[in-house]
Design a protein around this ligand. Structure first.
Ligand code: FES
Length: 109
């Protein structure tokens, strides 16, 4: 379980809500879609907006800065197929949410 990092409690991210967290130096947007937790790269690829603080509607998260929209399930931008956020694995145990970070697209090795 060494790769799994605690990111929040379930109470901090109830259904219909997304939150922003910084773990291991990465900004993560954690979203609760009808009880299922999803995590994507929280740095908007447009101009670096804080995706996790955006509005979640269903599985669609809208960036608060200029409205780019992403599906938190697969990270896909809703208008451009070439834009896709990195998706991180999520696990919930005993009311605590853990994330296993994937390498963010475009990040240096
Ligand atoms: S920074 Fe996210 S839409 Fe512009």
């Amino acid at each position: 379980m060494a790769d799994w990092i605690e990111i929040a409690t379930l109470d901090e991210c109830p259904p219909g809500i997304s939150i922003e967290r910084v773990i291991a130096g990465q900004i993560v947007a954690l979203a609760n879609v009808e009880g299922r937790l999803h995590a994507i790269d929280g740095l908007c690829p447009h101009q670096g907006g804080p995706l996790g603080t955006g509005v979640l509607c269903g599985s669609i998260l809208t960036c608060p800065w200029h409205g780019w929209q992403f599906d938190v399930v697969d990270g896909r931008h809703q208008l451009s197929a070439s834009v896709r956020q990195t998706v991180h694995e999520v696990q919930v145990r005993d009311g605590t949410v853990f994330v296993r970070l994937a390498r963010v697209r475009g990040a240096d090795a």
